[in-house]
Each structure stands twice: as structure tokens, then as C-alpha cells.
Design a protein around this ligand. Structure first.
Ligand code: ATP
Ligand code: MG
Length: 410
């Protein structure tokens, strides 16, 4: 892709209202742009990263045996009255009515829609378990939209719902999905901590959250040094400074909740009439769990965990391009040939703009593609500057393929 035609509106200055590093950098690097408070556009570079996260999420869900659906954002009030949440959800629910004064909401989550979707079909234990997920836009009128995509009023979530005939199946899936979530965040280059949490307004038997430890996190995690157990402070009586069982004291740190899992049980199936016949011929409410990952929030957490103050640094798995090719002089035939040869094997962004080297380097540092090939003074003698994983060196053109292959597989 030629940078001269690819839309990357980078900014020299940080926007004044950006309080978090990730927020400022995502805007400065031309990845996203605010449309209204808590409402953002993904620009071409940001969209490429978003699609990479989504691809990893889909891959892992399919490996586990989940099927993808796409449910409507516009949800009728009747369904929310069946579950009792039309009244209970509060002012975060975006409500609206149609020309005939029928009421709707813009879905903040999809337990109601999915329960109504499957209840006619899942009438026997023989059809269970079932796992359905979607990647979809959610709406919540958040009191304090913050940090760009981190807490939006419109945001992209992956939500998964599983349905079970017995507790053993519910529990097995619950553990399998938690393990899958760990793999997803791992592949996104994110370190996460799993914490026990409140079941909140979704309700249920038990719940966990996947936290990225970061000072911009809005949740507080409490944990003991010598134990893998950790809790959202909202879910426990433990307080920082309390003694731990195995010695030492309870510590606390801020975390960004990138995903969560809810073992719901029968709350929605019982109220919304989703029953099945078990193997004894008994009518029973279907057991259910729901699981979410904030796709945009995950992207922001990656930025928080990896970026410097000067620019983004993408893990290879999420980088908008594999290679940033930066010729410092106008593109001539040898540079074009190098571009063609790289492009045949990798996704390459070439900075073919008529700009000074300083401008090109600044933008490249902002955008954060982790592998850079710079065609500068040595190029006519068969040398390029090669930068991968933060290390810069001169490389003979003849060795470039090998260096790139090595960096791509590292
Ligand atoms: P929070 O406590 O941060 O408000 P939540 O408990 O309301 O999150 P869920 O309803 O469980 O979140 O949604 C699943 C996932 O969607 C969350 O783990 C988070 O990653 C993401 N998410 C929730 N609200 C937002 C938002 N306003 N903007 C962006 N992502 C969000
Ligand atoms: Mg919330």
C-alpha cells in the first residue's frame, strides 16, 4: 500500500482532552477519530488492527466449536420486559421508539435476543450444548465515556452465549472458554490477570474478569503475593493491607477489564421460557453462560501495555502492516523493485510521499509498524537500514529476506 494514497491523518500535537497515553496516541497516529463524546470512527489503520483482533477471536472461537451469528442492534422492548430488565437496566440503556410509538432499545448486550432466538429449537437434551457468538456494535449511554475506545457509548464487543443440559457441561464450557480467552489475549500480545468478580446486572452463579494491569484501569484488583487468586475489589471483603493466609499482606493495583465470563444459570431461560426435555423426560430450564470481550478496549489495552510516549508499538500479530518500507529519496526503479518483491510475500506500507526524512521518521514512529526497512544513503551500494523489535542495524540487500523472515518468526 502506498502511503501517498492511504488515508493516515497524523497529528503533530496530542489532542487536549486525551488523558490516557493510548487515547492520545491512537488519535495522533491517525488510527481513530472522535465523532461525538464516546463515539468513534475507525480510520483505515485502526480498522486494520481491529480486523486482526477480530480474526484471532474468530479463529479461537471456531477451534472451540462456537458458531458465529449476527444479531440485531435494535431490540424490541417486549423481550426486555420478559426478562425484567427493561425497568432494571437503568439510564445506560439507549431507548427509542418507532413511528408507531413502539419502544425499542439499542442493544447493550444480547441475553434477551439470544434466548428468544434459540428457545423454540433447543427443546431436547440431545440438541445441547450449543455455543453461539457474534462480533457486534453495542450501545450504552455511559455516565463517563473515557479514553477513546476504552469506554465508549458505541463500541464493538464479541459476545458468546452457551446453552447446556446439565451443570457438568456448563462448568466444562466455562473453564474451556476461560482458557480460550487466555489464548486470545496471549495472541494479542497482552498479559492478563484472571480475577473473580461480581455477577452484576447480568446475574448468575459466578463470574470472572480478564484484567490488563495498568494505571489507567478503572477497576481495582486485590491479590496476595504468594497466590494466584485475585479479586475485583467490588467482589470481596479483602482490603489492601489485610493479612494474607500464606503470609504477607493484600496488595492492590488498577486494571483494565478487557473481557469477562458469567456463569448465569437459569435466570433468562426461566423468565423467558427456554425449556428442554432432559434424558428422563423432565422439563427443565436451559442452563446458560455468557462471555464478553471488548474488542476496541482490547486494542487500547495493547497500546497502553506496549507503546512509548512517542509512538505506538504493535505486536506483530496486530500490526496494521507487516513491514514499513521507507525510502528517503523519491521512489526510483530499484526501490520499486524492492517494494514489489516484498509485497509479493508481506503486507507492506511504502512511504512514497514527497516529504523530508524527519517527517517520514516521525510518522513511522507514531504508527508503530514493528519491522522497518529504510532505503537511505547506502541503498545505491546495496545496503538498507533494518529495524525489527526495537533493534536497528545496517543490512546488505542480499540478506534482507533472511532478516525479515527471522523477525517475522521471532
Ligand atoms: P465495565 O465494568 O468496564 O463497565 P461491564 O462489566 O459493563 O464493563 P460487560 O457488560 O460484561 O462489561 O461487557 C463485556 C466487555 O465489553 C467488557 O469486559 C469490556 O471489555 C467491554 N466493554 C464494556 N463496556 C464498554 C464500553 N463502554 N466501551 C468499550 N468496551 C466496553
Ligand atoms: Mg459497564
Amino acid at each position: 500500500m502506498k502511503q501517498s494514497v492511504f488515508y493516515i491523518p497524523t497529528l503533530k500535537e496530542s489532542p487536549k482532552d486525551a488523558e490516557a497515553k493510548s487515547h492520545a496516541l491512537m488519535i495522533r497516529s491517525g488510527m481513530i477519530k472522535q465523532t461525538a463524546a464516546g463515539i468513534y470512527t475507525y480510520l483505515p489503520l485502526g480498522l486494520k488492527v481491529l480486523k486482526k483482533i477480530e480474526a484471532i477471536v474468530r479463529d479461537e472461537h471456531h477451534l472451540l466449536g462456537c458458531s458465529e451469528v449476527l444479531m440485531p442492534a435494535l431490540q424490541p422492548k417486549d423481550l426486555w420486559e420478559e426478562s425484567g430488565r427493561w425497568g432494571a437496566y437503568g439510564p445506560e440503556l439507549m431507548r427509542l421508539s418507532d413511528r408507531k410509538d413502539r419502544e425499542f432499545c439499542l442493544g447493550p448486550t444480547h441475553e434477551e435476543v439470544i434466548t428468544a432466538l434459540v428457545r423454540d429449537y433447543l427443546n431436547s437434551y440431545k440438541k445441547l450444548p450449543v455455543a453461539l457468538y457474534q462480533i457486534q456494535t453495542k450501545f450504552r449511554d455511559e455516565m463517563r465515556p473515557r479514553f477513546g475506545l476504552m469506554r465508549g457509548r458505541e463500541f464493538i464487543m464479541k459476545d458468546l452465549y452457551t446453552f447446556h443440559a446439565n451443570e457438568a457441561s456448563l462448568n466444562q464450557w466455562y473453564e474451556d472458554v476461560k482458557a480460550m480467552y487466555s489464548r486470545i489475549f496471549d495472541r494479542c500480545g497482552l498479559e492478563t490477570k484472571i480475577v473473580a468478580s461480581n455477577t452484576g446486572e447480568i446475574g448468575g452463579l459466578e463470574a470472572h474478569e480478564f484484567m490488563v494491569m495498568s494505571e489507567v484501569g478503572e477497576d481495582t484488583v486485590v491479590y496476595c503475593e504468594n497466590s494466584s487468586e485475585a479479586y475485583n475489589i467490588e467482589a470481596t471483603d479483602l482490603r489492601p493491607g489485610d493479612p494474607c493466609e500464606g503470609g504477607g499482606v493484600v496488595l492492590s493495583a488498577e486494571g483494565i477489564e478487557v473481557g469477562n465470563t458469567f456463569k448465569i444459570g437459569t435466570k433468562y431461560s426461566a423468565s423467558m421460557n427456554a425449556f428442554f426435555q432432559d434424558d428422563q423426560g423432565q422439563r427443565q430450564p436451559i442452563l446458560m453462560a455468557s462471555y464478553g470481550i471488548g474488542i476496541g478496549r482490547t486494542l487500547m489495552a495493547v497500546v497502553e501495555q506496549h507503546a512509548t510516549d512517542k509512538g505506538l508499538i504493535w505486536p506483530k500479530s496486530l500490526s496494521p502492516f507487516d513491514i514499513h518500507l521507507i525510502p528517503l529519496n523519491p521512489v526510483d526503479a530499484p526501490v520499486q523493485a524492492l517494494y514489489e518483491s516484498l509485497k509479493a510475500r508481506y503486507d507492506v506500507l511504502i512511504d512514497d510521499r514527497d516529504e523530508r526524512p524527519g517527517v517520514k521518521f516521525n510518522d513511522a514512529e507514531l504508527i508503530g509498524i514493528p519491522i522497518k526497512v529504510i532505503c537511505g544513503r547506502g541503498f545505491s551500494e546495496g545496503r538498507v537500514e533494518f529495524e525489527a523489535l526495537g533493534i536497528k542495524k545496517e543490512v546488505a540487500l542480499n540478506d534482507l529476506d533472511q532478516e525479515i523472515a527471522q523477525a517475522m518468526n521471532a
